[in-house]
Each structure stands twice: as C-alpha cells, then as structure tokens.
Design a protein around this ligand. Structure first.
Ligand SMILES: [Zn+2]
Length: 135
C-alpha cells in the first residue's frame, strides 16, 4: 500500500524546545512552510517569519532532497543551515531630526530679521526726528 502521507523529511535539526534534546525531522508543506515533528514535543507548524527563519538556519538538509524557500523567509537568508548573509540595512541617521532643527533655526532667523528691520525703522524715525528738532 502506498503511503497516504506524502511528507518527506527535508532536513533534521535539534528540537526547538530548549530542554528537549531530541533530534527532530523537518518537513515542508505544500505552501513551502517548514515544520518539525518531535517525538516528545509533537508537531510544530508555526508559520511566523521568525520561526521559519530559525528552522531555515538551524536545519541540516537531507542530501538529495529539494527544499523550497519558505514564502515569508526574510531577506538575507542564503542556503539552508547557514546564518543570514548580512543584516538588514539600518538607516544611517534618524529621519526628521536634522530638517526639524534647520526649520526651527530658519523660523527663528525670520523673527529676528523682522525685529531687526523694525528696530532699524524705529532708529531711522528717531534720528530723523532728532535731526529735525535740531534744525
Ligand atoms: Zn522536542
């Protein structure tokens, strides 16, 4: 009789339960998600990206078996059983800080410019008035 369950062991890895210590089989479902089956901890079919990535970089592929990349495997993960090639790029500088400071300075400068023009105007009027009274 042919097996109804077509699951093929694609890799093996240490059980993800920290104190379990079992060696577990890694399978892949029809959608490409990896899952494990531990004799002690039962089946673990979590599909979260972090969980899939953990299996991907910890599993040891079985020779001759094709493994598909899980659909939600984060960027940077190369071959199975390997850590990610490079960490995702981190923005070099916080966005918004520098433009905010510049706009505040610009706004303050305009205020001081206005006050300065006002002061010059007052001084001009005052000196003109003084000159006029002298005559
Ligand atoms: Zn286990």
């Amino acid at each position: 009789m042919a097996r109804k369950n077509g699951a093929v062991t694609v890799a093996r890895m240490d059980c993800m339960s920290p104190d379990c210590g079992e060696r577990v089989a890694v399978f892949q479902n029809a959608l490409g998600y990896l899952y494990t089956r531990c004799p002690e901890c039962a089946c673990d079919q979590r599909k979260g990206a972090g969980h899939q990535a953990y299996i991907w970089r910890h599993m040891e592929p079985v020779a001759g078996v094709e493994i598909v990349r899980p659909p939600n495997l984060p960027d940077g993960y190369g071959e199975p059983g390997q850590p990610p090639q490079s960490a995702p790029p981190v923005p070099a500088e916080p966005i918004g800080t520098v433009p905010t400071v510049q706009s505040e300075k610009r706004g303050g400068g305009l205020v001081w410019l206005a006050l300065g023009l006002l002061g010059v105007g007052v001084a001009t009027v005052a000196s003109a008035a003084g000159a006029g009274s002298q005559v």
